[in-house]
Write a protein that binds this ligand. Structure first.
Ligand code: XMP
Length: 309
């Protein structure tokens, strides 16, 4: 596919759909939402307002990093701090699908409010083909799939525009490159919309997310030179007995997952050298005091999915 033609066709389509009205989009810094942000600004300039919703379940320092990097591209991004609202929504929920639904509902409530406050009518969103296919097949409810599963997006107060909905991840990366996004953006590892809430097994609390944020930074840094499709840390609900400073400790368990994939529909486990796995274990248990055990996940997709839950 010629991505220049694709880009021009989508710019024309966005212009026609928005007309003289306003649109809004939520940037997370992942390749899908970054691509939509640049595409949208090329199409309708200042008629598009870009917001970054701090959902509390992003990586460490992610809001600042993403906002600054888009400012460098000449795109202003407004921060909406919704951390407390998300933690309230996660309270008491352990079931993975219920968690995704709580995330989705909070996300679109916050976004719907932002649309209304800015008198916008359209929401530009980076839903991609894999999100839709997997949600429709009942494998996993991707938080950003609405109309395709019968949730009327207009009930949240906006009309949805999804320019990437026919593309898979590898194709989105090519569009992003062609649009002139920086390499760290089009090569960025996927990070699910519901973020670390998909990687905290059991209840998503401020304290547990704090632990996982630190582990995520370590895992992504230690594995980045291997260029996996995704590298993740997962905080399990189980606990394990360990010894800290000569005393018995009943601590947390972190599972490390890294996979190779082209389109996220199937995946193989990354063959991480033993040396790196050992370093990972050392760093995680020494830098995060509550962790007494580190595991490496050996399951490809299928039978597993890429995210742990
Ligand atoms: P799974 O776990 O379904 O992941 O094999 C496939 C790809 O999708 C990402 N993923 C999500 N992205 N909302 C998203 O925006 C979600 O709810 C969600 N769940 C999984 C995952 O990181 C992988 O790249």
């Amino acid at each position: 596919m010629d991505y220049q033609d694709f880009i021009e066709a989508k710019i024309k389509e966005i212009k026609e759909l928005v007309g003289s009205e306003k649109a809004i989009n939520a940037l997370s810094g992942g390749v899908d939402s970054s691509t939509v942000t640049v595409l949208g600004h090329r199409a309708i300039g200042d008629q598009l307002k870009t917001v970054f919703i701090d959902t509390a379940v992003m990586r460490e320092k992610e809001p600042d990093t993403v906002i600054n990097s888009f400012n460098d591209l000449g795109i202003k991004v407004e921060l909406i701090d919704a951390q407390d609202e998300f933690f309230r929504a996660f309270k008491g929920i352990e079931d993975p699908e219920e968690k995704r639904k709580a995330f989705r509902n909070t996300f679109y409530t916050v976004l719907g409010r932002a649309v209304k406050e800015r008198r916008a009518h359209h929401l530009l969103q980076g839903t991609i083909a894999a999100d839709i296919v997997e949600t429709k097949e009942g494998i996993k409810t991707q938080h950003n799939v609405l109309d395709q599963i019968g949730i009327d997006s207009q009930s949240y107060g906006f009309k949805l525009i999804e320019p990437l909905k026919d593309l898979y991840k590898d194709e989105v990366r090519k569009v992003a490159k062609q649009l002139g996004l920086p390499e760290e953006s089009y090569e960025k590892m996927p990070f699910p919309g519901p973020g670390l809430s998909c990687r905290v097994i059991g209840e998503v609390t401020r304290e547990r997310v704090g632990i996982l944020k630190k582990a995520t930074t370590i895992v992504e840094n230690e594995l980045k030179d291997l260029h996996p499709f995704l590298a993740a840390a997962i905080l399990l609900k189980d606990k394990a007995t360990g010894v800290i400073d000569g005393k018995r400790a009943f601590g947390d368990i972190i599972c490390v997952r890294a996979v190779e994939s082209k389109d996220a529909m199937s995946a193989e486990v990354t063959e991480v050298p033993w040396e790196i796995l050992r370093r990972l274990e050392k760093r995680i248990t020494s830098e995060i005091p509550s962790i007494t055990k580190v595991l490496y996940d050996l399951s490809p997709k299928p039978p597993s999915t890429i995210e742990y839950i």
